[in-house]
Write a protein that binds this ligand. Structure first.
Ligand code: F6R
Length: 375
């Protein structure tokens, strides 16, 4: 399921009972002034007086939620916490008023996520109107248990994902978070309309850019995978909005290739994990132009000094990156803010081809189920 990035921006839905993330055509500031540039169909009551957001999720959905946190905080200015649903159930954060709780689950059936949301709903009801319940779901399954539990959902329209490892649903969860963060930014006036329009234009270009990554990288990554059929450990590093992509790259690799892999914020390497590095441990660094580009390159160079083989997810035609990395997985140059949707693709391909090279069943990895309906 790597190639299908799922629902088209602006797609209309058949089921009117749930909301979808269409983006209206407004890209000029004058038309955007009259109507919201994003139409999520979320009622104003859910957004009113919002002081914080908490997101509950597991696994890959938790990683998408970390990107969501970055967007909600940086674009819409709302403090956002991301919790593992399985942890939240037994140690919930202290209740605060004016909180929107978002459950993120592509299947809509993950037991821990559903139970954490139900617990949150119940403890707010118990405390009365002051702690108003505001629940939102992000899911790929409009008819799932999640959709029955929460009054509003954003459906991700990825199409059914058959492979156990979440790939296209991850990408579409990210798109849902861009839509939500932009909708909130519009309503809270935290971004100029021109910036919102610019991000929407960038989002619309991503499907074609993903095609470019697939076309230009697939063969190369398949070849590269030969080098790692005996590798036992991998490190993935990234910073800022691409730190969760490092986590996701590591999760994809461990889950389908059974290679031990860790994702770290690149700046944390020197606080311990750098001790793991030697010539046998490849390091994959996500280095995209923006606030943390030079920082990631310098973190990558620190790894190189420990003889690690360096693989870089980098902007296309970037000479500086070409000097630093042993292998390049280039993606089109986009605003750093949008880059996770592109940077995750070569990492999904890498996991896929290494697993295939090792003769493993990439769709049905051992010990895993598509939906975890038990605690
Ligand atoms: C990893 C993977 C799992 C799921 C997790 C949550 O590739 O698929 O980590 O992301 O089990 O599943 P959902 O999103 O259905 O709640």
């Amino acid at each position: 399921g790597v190639t299908d990035v799922g629902g088209k921006l602006g797609e209309k839905r058949n089921n009117p009972s749930v909301s979808s993330p269409p983006i209206s055509k407004a890209t000029s500031s004058s038309s955007a002034a009259n109507q919201p540039p994003i139409k999520l169909g979320i009622p104003d009551s859910l957004y009113a007086n919002l002081e914080q957001i908490q997101i509950l999720a597991c696994g890959t959905s938790w990683h998408a939620s970390l990107v969501g946190k970055y967007l909600l905080e940086q674009l819409a200015g709302i403090p956002t916490m991301v919790q593992y649903a399985s942890e939240f159930r037994y140690a919930p954060s202290p209740l605060m008023k004016n909180t929107l709780t978002i459950g993120v689950t592509q299947s809509g059936e993950t037991a821990d996520t559903l139970a954490a949301l139900e617990m949150e709903r119940q403890r707010r009801i118990d405390l009365g109107a002051e702690y108003e319940v505001k629940l939102l779901g992000i899911t790929n399954r409009a008819e799932s248990s999640l959709a029955h539990l929460v009054p509003h959902i954003i459906e991700t329209h990825a199409g059914i994902e058959i492979g156990v490892a979440a790939t296209k649903t991850f990408v579409t969860q990210l798109v849902a978070f861009y839509c939500l963060a932009l909708d909130l930014a519009y309503r809270r006036k935290t971004l100029p309309l021109s910036k919102i329009a610019e991000i929407i234009t960038g989002l619309r270009q991503l499907p074609a850019q993903i095609e470019i990554v697939l076309e230009s990288q697939e063969r190369y990554i398949e070849e590269l995978a030969h080098d790692f059929s005996e590798t036992q450990d991998f490190i993935f590093i990234g910073r800022g909005i691409n730190f969760p992509i490092a986590l996701e790259g590591a999760l994809k690799l461990k889950e389908i290739s059974y290679i031990h892999a860790e994702g770290y914020p690149a700046g944390e390497m020197k606080h311990g994990p750098i001790a793991l590095l030697d010539a046998k441990v490849p390091v994959v660094a996500i280095a995209m132009p923006g606030m943390v580009y030079e920082k990631v390159l310098s973190n990558a160079q620190e790894a190189k000094a420990r003889d690690a083989r360096l693989i870089g997810v980098t902007p296309m035609n970037d000479e500086e990156a070409a000097h630093v990395f042993d292998n390049l997985l280039p993606v089109p140059v986009v605003d750093e803010l949008l880059s996770p949707i592109l940077t995750v693709i070569p990492l999904q391909l890498l996991a896929y081809h290494i697993a295939a090279r090792r003769g493993l069943d990439v769709d049905q990895p051992r010990n895993l189920a598509k939906s975890v309906t038990v605690e």
